[in-house]
Design a protein around this ligand. Sequence first.
Ligand code: CMX
Length: 438
Amino acid sequence: MIALKRRLAEQIPPMRDRVKTTIKELGDHVISDVTIAQAYGGMRGVKSLVTETSAVDPQEGIRFRGYSIPEIRAKLPTAPNGEQPLPEGLFYLLLTGEIPTVEEVAEITQAWRGAEELPAHVATTLDALPKDLHPMTQLSIGISALQHDSIFAQRYQAGLAKTDLWEAMFDDSMRLIGRLPGVAAYIYRRSYRDGDHVAPAAKELDWAANLAHMLGSEDEGFRELCRLYLTILADHEGGNVSAHATHLVGSALSDPYLALSAGINGLAGPLHGLASQEVTRWILEMKEKLGGGVPSEQQMKDFVWETLNSGQVVPGYGHGVLRATDPRYMAQQEFAQTHMPDDENFKIVRMLYDVVPAILKEQGKAKNPWPNVDAHTGPLFMHYGITEYPYFTVLFGVSRAIGVLSSLIWDRALGLPIERPKSVTTAWIEEQVSQTAS
Ligand code: CMX
């Protein structure tokens, strides 16, 4: 058993007791009221989920088990000659709340890389799809096809006790995360490189760098970008669409393949993860319209207003929780500043940062005029030759799997029940209000 699983097995019993005591002693304590506006308005701000792995502060942004992005960049193990954190280390941190050692991270790399071979039927399934089927749809289908080998589903059928479900969830999640780079690279190479697939690298290479390799790049800068990107996008507390969808589907004791593909389908929406595609499409449209190159500030302002006046959103700006610049955006900006300061698309993204917030404030609708995580992805990937922007959200999905599967393991460890909130009708609401008024 690897150190991570052993550590989890130690942590689960006291955490179960802690949650049981919390429910028993504090169960009637009110932590959130729900207004009619919130019931219609996407439940924004309603505290009705418990997620241990991370938390988002509106001003400060994400903390993974209490650690900010600068802190995880300083503390998590890196590749031998690298500076960026390894996603394997974040997985350990999300699951246990502890910073792993280099050896503990190496064990996870070994386990993930050991599971990477793509089952033949998954390749056949993907090959049957149109090459221009959106890469996120292909990813969702690829993950669903992997479900054939679900340990959780098999052991549940065989009569696994509720208290042991987390173990099967852990084993499945390790294998699923191990296989994701293979699925993601397969989709990229079949859709954009005529099916000229790249075999996995030697097993010493870490999980993110091997994904970079299978995409077709041997650039050390791209490896570092993959390590950073796949780490910082992994988790963003429990209420975002991909995390919430995975948690919800998992609550029916669906296995992690079924739960994650639901989350991936949510990530594929333009108001969530697809925004990284939309930002790039929008920037390229702006460049084409304005004759190429870096536009002037006035041209950019006019283009932003045009977007807003035609009833569209400015992609990459705004957020459901954040009310300041996303630290995940800042981490990507810092990377770009170091690795590609003269890149034209980076300069445009940098200029947008100076232009868009003032316009969104003037328009007065968006509660958060600042950039989110997706505003910066495009220039980074394009710089390293991944120019096919509909693909970007697949890489977001590979990262997000780490966070949502960590939470799913804890959901089963704590025995959380099937999720089933109560819905009401407009007539019911009107009746309640008229009764209160009379
Ligand atoms: N451009 C234009 N209008 C925006 C806007 C933006 N970037 N962000 C918010 N608004 C508008 C909303 O559409 C809404 O308008 P209506 O009242 O006409 O419906 C109004 O401002 C209030 O919205 P809000 O409360 O500020 O934002 P929400 O919590 O409802 O939505 C989000 C959050 C992210 C969907 C929204 O800001 C948006 O659409 N942004 C652009 C898409 C994007 O970048 N999504 C990626 C988010 C990060 C991620 O999940 O990956």
